[in-house]
Design a protein around this ligand. Sequence first.
Ligand code: R5P
Length: 295
Amino acid sequence: MIVMPGPASLELGGKIAEKLGFDSHPVDHRVFPDGESYIRLTAPVEGETVVMVQTTFPNPDRGVVQLLLMVRAAKDLGAERVVCVVPYLAYSRQDKRFREGEALSLDTVVALLDDAGGDDLIVVDVHNEESLERLKVKTGLGIVNLSVMPLLAGHLKGLGFRGAFSLSPDEGAKHLADAAARVLGGGSGFFEKIRDRKTGEIEMAVKDIELVGKDAVVFDDIISSGGTTAAAVRGLKNQGAKRVAAACAHGLFMGGAEERIRDAGADLIVSTDTVLTSLSRVTVAGLIADQLYKI
Ligand code: R5P
């Protein structure tokens, strides 16, 4: 097996290779003045299983194109199997046509990886796991979605959140809170959105659960603008929660998101290294390496 970190995942790719006990072979890359990416593989791949590690942030489009170049090059040069490890898979929120005429972005990205020669796709806490089930059938790619929620919960447990109540921003994401609750104890639930009749503003509240004096954690797949998490944190504080933490797999933290969540009352914010920021306190390297052992 050959592990090749792409430009967007040099550090994580190196960690994964180390966990597996292999050398890391980062691809050689450059961005030309006109914005095009140049990619060169740095190890012979003929007859090998090649693991391409490339997240798709901070530049989703460039991340995807670089990965396609990497995958195609490996297949052209005789790799037997190409495993795409995409810790944060951009475009996964556009997994259906919400309005007539919209592009099916997730389907398009996954189909491109398949067409380029990818054999497997490993992702972490994709926005909607069911969409991947559909794409497995459509493309024939071996697709695995790993969840880092138990690791995030374990991290928070170590910081004194044992017994905290686990929450997801909505019912559709309740599986995230459930997975965390299995580690934290303390139960799980989800928020409901309530519109203030006077102001028209949306508030988030947890119904039928007593939270006064309890610790609570909001778990989400992505924090982008921080608006969802901030509203959830504010809702918990309004309901009398004691300490409130915010945890996510993919911390994009766009435009003041961290401040927005802290201002809402969060005592702690934690994310993982699928997207590397100063709040990445949990690594997915072991989780991904364990999955690669099975290949
Ligand atoms: C949406 O369905 C996702 O699960 C996240 O809740 C959302 O992407 C968070 O976005 P933001 O941080 O901008 O509210």
